[in-house]
Design a protein around this ligand. Structure first.
Ligand code: IVH
Length: 666
């Protein structure tokens, strides 16, 4: 039995990894999303019913293995050094002279792009990803294994290394530009501070404590070094070809070059290539390719002398700021956008840049008519760096933030604790358009067919004034719209009806409450179960939820204080939307203040169901046994966690104890 379950699990893992690669990395899926989901679901069910058989390389870890309190410090097996920088051709020439065996004997260099992300060391033990550690101070880094398992293109298992005790690969974790832009877009919508560039976003993501959140962000990696028990390579380029053949992502732009002239030429070619790349690079790394020469050439205390990072010049320009426009987001946040005379920057003509918020304009004293320095740094969106004050001639006008919303004209408010100005009029047309698009979006109510053009028409003719109006649309209204057909109307009405079955957390997220993202909506629903309970909760109670905090709690309670919000909720409830968790509600919470760990195999419960019930009873469910654990729920074949609980004198209960609270579903 056990054997056949394991065989099926391995088979599913193989299929899932193959199709993930086709989908995420090759953009060429072979099966439908539903067929893929069915594979993942089957594996998840097998794992939750047989937790002890869960395979260490299960792709389930790729969606986030769990939440930790802090990352542990770990010493690197080999120090993670930095690179010496060069900014000019002369410095490249000096490097070549230093590293050449003799003036008439040219050496080969492996040239690679210097990816602008953060470095990561990943250890594979007997072919399985065992540990991933950030660079830290070079000697000691942070263990971020759970997060690393979510990196889209990093293998969890390498069959060829099955017999090797320890192999280390190092690489640069990064976001591609498109993913980065969409992360910042949702942060803007949620009223969160924007990441300045993909590197900061990648570094921030790798340090997060909840791997499920990291998984949503789609991090990537390029491997640039191999160490450890693998057979000795003669050349660095050979070692990269080797890991590439094993399925590791290695940047395709790598080339062997010899002699200063060739290095110089390549520098120019790759500088031109830079803008075509879908990720940020900040230079080129030249490494002596012959690994046997590395020891001879040696190291300084900080970096190897056999490598050099040539840094690309920063891309800056000056231009005239002609206007500051205001964009209004879904939650009413006003964002100032600089409009300037078109200028060529890093190969593209740009004429707009976000100014992030009004404080930034004040801090940099940016005035309309100013000559400004703009930079295209790590970000794809250029930024206004500073004002060229010497170019001021007295005609420049200081900028006054708007007092009224440019879309609806209502007075704007500065929210306490937020830098942003916000239009709080829920009927503001542009906000309404964005709220409806958010509401019907894929991750929210998923109403297909309600695109931007239709929403604009429906708003213009007064058929949509608030979210609940979506559920009052009828066929006669819809087919009146320009270019509307019967089939579209029928489909849309079917989609709208089907969306009523969406679970409560989706509805809560779809409502577009400032700062309530998908994850927070789930946490709120897990904790409170019903909308009434959320409405009654105090800001402190909401803020006490792990993963929520005071800012989000305040945003939610101030939303709920508005009569318009409450009446909208009531209307949506009357129309049949879900405002109650589908889990059976347990009124009292006898396990509040208890921390419970589940281990071993439960016979009549899936782990998820057991954990959900314990949460409903008020318990906190965690994954590791510590002194703070109050109860260990031990199933069959409980192993080290049981031993640890016994050692710490923690109360141990078994499956029959769980039965007293509720019988599992038949
Ligand atoms: S080799 C001992 N190759 O740049 C040499 N590093 O400024 C190890 N980086 O810490 C580094 N792309 O995080 C190397 N192709 C590449 C790289 C690269 C980015 C990063 C790496 C390193 C930093 C040094």
């Amino acid at each position: 039995m056990t054997e056949s379950i394991t065989t099926r699990m391995r088979d599913l893992i193989k299929q899932i990894e193959y199709h993930r690669k086709r989908y995420y990395l090759e953009d060429a899926p072979e099966i439908s999303d539903q067929e893929y989901d069915a594979l993942e679901t089957e594996l998840k069910i097998l794992e939750s019913e047989n937790p002890s058989l869960t395979q260490p390389d299960s792709p389930s870890f790729r969606v986030g293995g769990g939440v930790s309190d802090a990352h542990q410090s770990v010493a690197h097996l080999n120090p993670m050094l930095s690179l010496g920088n060069a900014y000019s051709e002369e410095e490249i020439l000096e490097f070549v002279a230093r590293t050449q065996a003799s003036p008439d004997h040219q050496v080969d260099y492996a040239a690679e792009f210097k990816i602008d992300g953060l470095s990561l060391s990943v250890i594979y033990e007997h072919g399985l990803m065992a540990r991933a550690v950030t660079r830290g101070d070079g000697d000691v880094g942070e263990d971020v294994t759970m997060n690393a398992k979510t990196i889209v293109d990093l293998p969890l298992r390498v069959d060829d290394w099955h017999s090797l005790a320890s192999v280390e690969v190092r690489g640069e974790v990064y976001f591609d530009k498109k993913t980065f832009a969409s992360i910042n877009e949702s942060r803007l919508e949620e009223g969160l501070a924007l990441f300045a560039n993909p590197r900061n976003a990648a570094a921030g993501s790798m340090r997060m404590l909840d791997a499920r959140e990291v998984a949503k962000r789609q991090l990537r990696i390029f491997i640039y070094q191999v160490l450890g028990d693998v057979h000795a390579f003669d050349r660095h380029s050979e070692s990269l070809n080797y890991v590439s053949a094993l399925g590791f992502p290695v940047n395709p732009h790598n080339k062997r070059v010899a002699g200063f002239e060739a290095l110089k030429e390549l520098t120019q070619q790759w500088l031109d290539l830079r803008d075509e790349l879908s990720y940020d690079v900040d230079g080129i790394v030249f490494k002596v390719d012959d690994l046997t020469r590395h020891q001879t050439i040696g190291y300084t205390s900080k970096f190897p002398k056999w490598a050099l990072a040539y840094k690309f010049p920063a891309e800056q320009a000056t231009t005239k700021l002609v206007d500051i426009q205001i964009q209004v987001g879904r939650t009413g946040v006003l964002t100032p956008v600089a409009e300037f005379d078109p200028v060529l920057l890093a190969g593209t003509t740009v004429s707009r840049a976000t100014l992030h918020n009004f404080e930034e304009i004040e801090r940099k004293d940016i005035r309309i008519g100013d000559t400004v320095f703009i930079e295209k740094g790590g970000d794809i969106i250029p930024k206004v760096l500073a004002v060229v004050v010497s170019k001021r001639d007295g005609s420049q006008q200081p900028y006054c933030p708007p007092t009224n919303c440019p879309s609806c004209g209502d007075p704007v408010q500065r929210m306490e604790n937020f830098v942003a100005l916000r239009c709080v009029n829920l009927a503001c047309p542009i906000q309404m358009e964005r709220r409806i698009l958010h509401f019907s979006g894929r991750n929210a109510m998923d109403i297909r067919g309600l695109g931007k053009e239709w929403v604009q028409q429906l708003l213009a003719c007064g058929l949509l004034r608030e979210l609940s109006d979506i559920y009052k649309l009828n066929k006669a209204d819809l087919i009146q719209l320009e270019r509307a057909g019967e089939r579209w109307a029928d489909n849309l009405l079917r989609e709208i009806e089907a969306s009523k079955a969406k679970p409560f957390h989706k509805v809560l997220f779809a409502m577009g409450i400032p700062m309530i993202g998908e994850k927070v909506a789930e946490l709120l629903v897990d904790q409170f179960l019903t909308m009434e309970a959320i409405e009654k909760a105090s800001t402190e109670e909401i803020a006490a939820i792990h993963g929520v905090g005071p800012k989000i709690a305040e945003s939610l309670t101030s939303f709920l204080l508005r009569p318009t919000s409450l009446s909208e909720i009531e209307t949506l409830k009357d129309l049949g939307l879900q405002f109650q968790s589908q889990k059976e509600q347990v009124l009292d919470q006898p396990l509040s203040e208890k921390t419970v760990v589940i281990t071993g195999t439960l016979l009549n419960w899936t782990r998820n169901d057991a954990s959900a019930l314990l949460k409903q009873l008020g318990a906190q469910v965690t994954s590791s046994v510590t002194r703070k654990t109050s109860l260990l729920l031990a199933g069959d074949k409980a192993g080290s966690k049981l031993a640890k609980a016994q050692e710490l004198g923690i109360e141990i209960v078994h499956e029959d104890w769980l039965q007293q609270w509720r019988k599992p579903d038949p």
